[in-house]
Design a protein around this ligand. Sequence first.
Ligand code: GLY
Ligand code: MN
Ligand code: MN
Length: 465
Amino acid sequence: MFSTNTYVERRQKLAEQVGSGMILLLGNEEEGMNYADNIYHFRQDSTFLYYFGINQAGLVGMIDIEGEQSALFGDEATMDDVVWMGSQISLKNKAKNVGVTCVAPRSQIASTLQKAQSKGQTVHFLPPYRAKNTLKLHEWLQIPVKEIKNETSVPLIKAIVNQRSIKSDEEIAEMEKALNVTADLHTTVMEVTQAGVLEREIVGAIQGIAVREGGQMAYPIILTVNGQTLHNHYHGNKLQKGQLVLGDFGVELESSYASDITRTFPVDTHFTEQQKAIYQIVLDAQMAAIEAIRPRISYQEIHLLAMEVIAEGLKAVGLMKGSVEEAVAAGAVALFMPHGLGHAIGLDVHDMEDLGEDFVGYDDTIQRSKLFGYSSLRFGRKLQAGHVVTVEPGIYFIPELIDKWQKEGRYTEFINYEALENYRNFGGIRIEDNVLVTATGRRVLGKPIPKTIEEIEALRKTVTS
Ligand code: GLY
Ligand code: MN
Ligand code: MN
């Protein structure tokens, strides 16, 4: 939690940018997992956290721009709540900590909004991503459920994206706290993982350490010997020598800022020669992309630069052929990397994706590519100091995709399909770091995590064989 002033200033700035009307920001509710009282872990809405900072279910924030006042709506704990959940800090006191003196019960929300509308104020709200919040908007603003997404406020979305995209020093400090725990986790996993264990044993240990550190995972753990499946959440395989392990996981601590790191390492003490060659290409692409980060260059250009390094490398090992420039322009290299180079990260692992990917990652000057793979680039914008992005190139051998493209005769001038026969069981490699754009360049956030072949093999050399 930041100082009172931080929240007051954030709300003032938002009000100035939106200009007029009533801003309505919905916190999240508890959600039943298999019945109402057996709940999922509570995660507050990130925009609510950014402007109102209170990590508690059942709250609604309003900023009356003309009235120059912020208000919080929520109910104080009842004696029943105290019996079941222990004594509670009053909502009034929590509100005071974030500079809000106007606190009212939930029963007053609908009438407050109706009063604002009858005064001619526009009620600005965001696209809801949880059913309960959709129903609240329907009830309070009398908008048919199907119409809600068309009635969300574009000026509000754009103002929030502008503000949340640029991270302050205090936000960076929180991100680095999370990253430092994540760095230790990745290093430990690379140090102790042995052949014969199940993926889920490692997953359990990671989750346990995150909880021990007072946090939780920022997104579901990817820990797999089938790294070619991009978001692989199956954890039942037994690790065997010769395989690669791809671990993509990051924690969020009390402040809820996310970290998102990937490392890939051999189950054995060493990479095979084939693995080494592909790993080095991914690492070269990642280092070149990080090196290119600076204000004013677009992330779309850096994505293409990474694709070029990958195409060069794959040509050198005989998997691609012909002109690298043409292969990249045509989208052929997306067979090996069918995702974007990275995304914005902050309070959300894919920051503000609930507000709309294109509002966050694109603008009038940079349009999303329509090519397969490239179109998955979530963030293509011109970079500015204060942006934080992930840099996560990969090379994957997806047998089904290779077979489909080969059968369709796609990009035969650029792809050496015969040579790919030797890679069908390779899996996938991804290397991911979180990078701050600075006034003059970039800074990789958090403690360094081993990623060169030498550094990883040095960690692996002590595992028992
Ligand atoms: N961890 C999910 C991603 O990298 O997008
Ligand atoms: Mn990522
Ligand atoms: Mn990731």
